[in-house]
Design a protein. Structure first.
Length: 203
């Protein structure tokens, strides 16, 4: 099981472009990968940390990646009342060596992704284009999106349209649509002439 080791845990929060999401950053590696929990059922199956957070009535989504947790709240609550409670809860949980994700999570998500077809939907002719698109997303887009407490993943390319999946704070965020159209679409069109449009699905 992925567990955090004991020693002083530093934790601070950062705003994200999504007003409903807050990013809690620790000095611990929590999970090398991305774990996106939109509903409590999936968290109960795979993430004891996610389950503990979902126990709060105001938690709507939990996203765990590398050294941070992005929490998305229900819109009728204010961060002022919640952020210190959540900060203390996450800090204590990590300090006590609580399990972040259960064994087998990575493999289960990979299997689910293959069944959903993420990253596999493109023709042989497009393989070189897809490779280039994926490299550009990994190199230029992903690091910036992670700084905002979210994630972006390539899904498929068909007839000039690139479909990406948005997770974490990016999901349902009003400014992510602007970023997508102005930033990502513009860059991909410049670098890969075959790209005509970029559309997003929520992860």
């Amino acid at each position: 099981m992925e567990q955090a080791t004991k020693s002083p845990v530093m934790l601070y929060f950062e705003d994200t472009p999504n007003p409903e999401s807050l990013k809690f950053v620790t000095n611990r590696m929590l999970y090398r990968g991305t774990a996106d929990f939109r509903e409590e059922e999936l968290a109960k199956e795979w993430s004891p940390l996610g389950t503990a957070l979902f126990a709060q009535p105001y938690v709507k989504g939990v996203y765990i990646s590398n050294n941070f947790v992005t929490v998305t709240k229900e819109f009728n609550y204010a961060w002022e009342d919640l952020k210190y409670k959540l900060k203390d809860q996450i800090k204590t949980y990590v300090e006590e060596g609580g399990v972040i994700l259960n064994d087998g999570f990575t493999e289960a998500m990979e299997k689910m992704e293959q069944e959903r077809g993420a990253g596999y939907q493109y023709s042989e002719d497009d393989a070189a284009i897809v490779k280039k698109i994926k490299e550009l997303i990994e190199t230029y887009v992903k690091p910036a999106v992670e700084m905002d407490g979210g994630n972006i993943a390539f899904k498929h390319f068909d007839k000039g349209i690139v479909t990406v999946i948005l997770q974490g704070s990016c999901s349902g965020c009003p400014s992510s649509t602007v970023t997508l159209k102005a930033g990502i679409e513009g860059m991909l069109k410049r670098m890969v002439p075959e790209v005509e449009e970029v559309v997003a699905e929520m992860g």
